[in-house]
Design a protein around this ligand. Structure first.
Ligand SMILES: NC(=O)c1ccc[n+]([C@@H]2O[C@H](COP(=O)([O-])OP(=O)(O)OC[C@H]3O[C@@H](n4cnc5c(N)ncnc54)[C@H](OP(=O)(O)O)[C@@H]3O)[C@@H](O)[C@H]2O)c1
Length: 280
C-alpha cells in the first residue's frame, strides 16, 4: 500500500488500494446476458451451453433455425434461459435486427452484456483457385460481420458503460499454411480489429479480446480432415500437446473472458492451441 503511494505520487489513495482486487475472482456469469453468434453447431454451440450453465441468460443466432430450437430446448430443460434469432451476419441489416432484439430485452432487465462473435467458416484452396465470391464471403463473414456485430451491439454496451466482446480468431491469424491465405488474412484481421476496438472503447468500460483456437474437432473439420488426411496430420504435428482440440477445450478461456475475473484484460489474443503458436 505504502509502496504504491510512494512510487506513484499518491495517484492511488490508500482507500482505493484497499478496494483493488479480491482473492476470490468471480468466474460466474449470473447477471449477464450473452449473445453468441454461430451457435447452431461446433464451438459456438458449446460456448452457448457453457455460458448458460455458468448462469448467463443467452441469445443464440445462426442461419439454421431447427438447430437453434434444439439448443434452446436443451438449455431450457437444464433450467437455463435461451432466446433464438435466425440471423446471417453477412447482412448488416440483420445484425441491426439482432441489436434491436438485444436492446428490447435489456429494456426490461438490467444485465451486463457479453457478445461472442463466433459465426464463421473456412476453406482450403490454392491461391490461384480463390474466386472473388470466395474472397467476398470470407471477408464479409469474418471481417465485416464481426465488425458490425461489434459496432451495433457495442453501441448498447457504450450506453451502459460496460461490456465484454469475445471475437473468435484462429492460430491461422498468427501463423500460416498453404491453401489458407484468405482465412489466415481474415483471422489476422479479426485479431487486429480486436486491438483497435479495445483501444477506442476501453475508456468506456468495454473489454474486447480474441479467443484463438487451433484445429478443433467439429462436424465440419471432421469431414474436411477425412477428405484430406495428410493435411490433418500436418496440423496435428504442429500441436505440441499431441491432439486436436475439442470445442470443450475452449470453454475455460471463453468463460474467463466473459466473466468479471478478466475485467483488467482487453485487446488480447488468447491462443487455446496446445502449443501450436509457441512452436511457430
Ligand atoms: N474448428 C476449428 O478447427 C477452428 C479453428 C480455429 C478457429 N475456428 C473458428 O471458430 C468459429 C466456429 O467454428 P466451428 O469450427 O465451430 O464451425 P462450425 O461448426 O462450422 O460452426 C459455425 C457456426 O457459424 C454459423 N455461421 C456460419 N456462417 C454464418 C453466417 N453468415 N451468419 C450466421 N451464422 C453463420 C453456423 O451456423 P449456420 O450454418 O446455421 O448459419 C454455425 O453455427 C469460427 O469463427 C471459426 O473460424 C474454428
Amino acid at each position: 500500500m505504502t509502496y504504491l503511494q510512494e512510487e506513484q505520487g499518491n495517484i492511488v489513495t490508500a482507500d482505493q488500494v484497499d478496494k483493488i482486487g479480491s482473492i476470490t475472482p468471480d468466474f460466474s456469469l449470473s447477471g449477464k446476458l450473452a449473445v453468441i453468434t454461430g451457435a447452431s453447431t461446433g464451438i459456438g454451440k458449446e460456448i452457448a451451453r457453457a455460458f448458460a450453465a455458468a448462469g448467463a441468460e443467452i441469445i443464440v443466432t445462426a442461419r439454421t433455425e431447427s438447430k437453434l430450437i434444439e439448443l434452446k430446448n436443451e438449455v431450457e430443460n437444464d433450467g437455463g434461459k435461451c432466446e433464438i434469432l435466425v440471423n446471417d451476419i453477412t447482412l448488416v441489416d440483420q445484425i441491426q435486427q439482432l441489436a434491436d432484439f438485444v436492446r428490447k430485452k435489456l429494456s426490461s432487465e438490467d444485465k451486463d452484456l457479453v457478445l461472442v462473435n463466433n459465426a464463421g467458416f473456412g476453406f482450403t484452396k490454392p491461391i490461384v483457385e480463390v474466386t472473388q465470391e470466395d474472397f467476398d464471403l470470407i471477408t464479409s463473414t469474418h471481417l465485416r460481420g464481426t465488425f458490425f456485430c461489434c459496432q451495433k451491439i457495442g453501441e448498447i454496451m457504450l450506453e451502459r458503460g460496460y461490456g465484454k466482446i469475445i471475437n473468435l480468431g484462429s492460430t491461422w491469424g498468427y501463423t500460416t499454411d498453404a491453401k489458407k491465405a484468405p482465412y489466415c488474412m481474415a483471422k489476422a484481421g479479426v485479431a487486429h480489429m480486436t486491438r483497435a476496438i479495445s483501444t477506442e472503447w476501453a475508456p468506456a468500460g468495454i473489454r474486447v479480446n480474441t479467443l484463438a483456437p487451433t484445429g478443433t474437432v467439429t462436424e465440419f473439420t471432421q469431414k474436411t480432415w477425412a477428405s484430406m488426411p495428410e493435411r490433418a496430420q500436418g496440423i496435428l504435428s504442429r500441436i505440441k500437446l499431441g491432439r486436436f482440440a475439442y470445442p470443450t477445450d475452449h470453454l475455460g478461456a471463453a468463460i474467463f473472458l466473459a466473466s468479471n475475473a478478466s475485467d483488467f484484460i482487453t485487446g488480447q489474443t488468447i491462443y487455446v492451441d496446445g502449443g501450436f503458436t509457441a512452436a511457430g
